[in-house]
Ligand binder design. Sequence first.
Ligand SMILES: N[C@@H](CCC(=O)N[C@@H](CS)C(=O)NCC(=O)O)C(=O)O
Length: 218
Amino acid sequence: MALKLVIGNKNYSSWSMRPWLAMRAADIAFEEVFIPLYTGEADKKRILGFTGSGKVPVLLDGEVTVWDSLAIIEYAAERFPQARLWPEDRASRAHARSISAEMHSGFAALRNECGMNLHRPVGGVPLSAQARADIARIQHIWLECRARYDKFGPLLFGTFSGADAMFAPVVHRFRTYAIEVAPELRAYMDAMMALPAFQEWTSAGLAETLVIDRFETA
Ligand SMILES: N[C@@H](CCC(=O)N[C@@H](CS)C(=O)NCC(=O)O)C(=O)O
């Protein structure tokens, strides 16, 4: 039975993007179940029919339900080891998991002040000191990865990994909110944006016409 990934609007749902991109970039086949976000009770009930968390993404694999973006990436990595979603080397794998967990549990100011919104015209917004600190920390994380793993390829750990998937919405945020990045990080962002899976998600998001007013403020 095919895996099913329940996701929200591609234009806005950064948490949906992460496991979708991880699985698509790693050539793991799945069906998509789209539930528009914040439309009212009926769609919320549909999400609740899949998970009591009431949130997307959710992965359905036969009898197994996995909710929460990072748990889904972990599950996919375990279920499809040939997809190599985490680096093979144990120390690098620990590094990839650490930065993925840091992304998952942190950077609230950046996430709140610069929500993912693919069709937003490019331009800066005034940022709080905390959001600026989040941006600096993310750039430090990326620079450290690039310095260590550049020899293996252009992504955080050389070749594509779950860590790139976890930071993919930040690539969109840095682009749409015109956030200045170091030149070597521009090259990383370009490499991410050139991934066919990243482009597929982005084109589909840009083709969406549903507008969520609360995410259109910045
Ligand atoms: N920590 C969760 C966050 C999931 C989340 O906040 N999802 C949002 C969409 S990006 C959602 O489902 N919102 C709908 C709602 O709260 O009704 C994860 O990593 O998956």
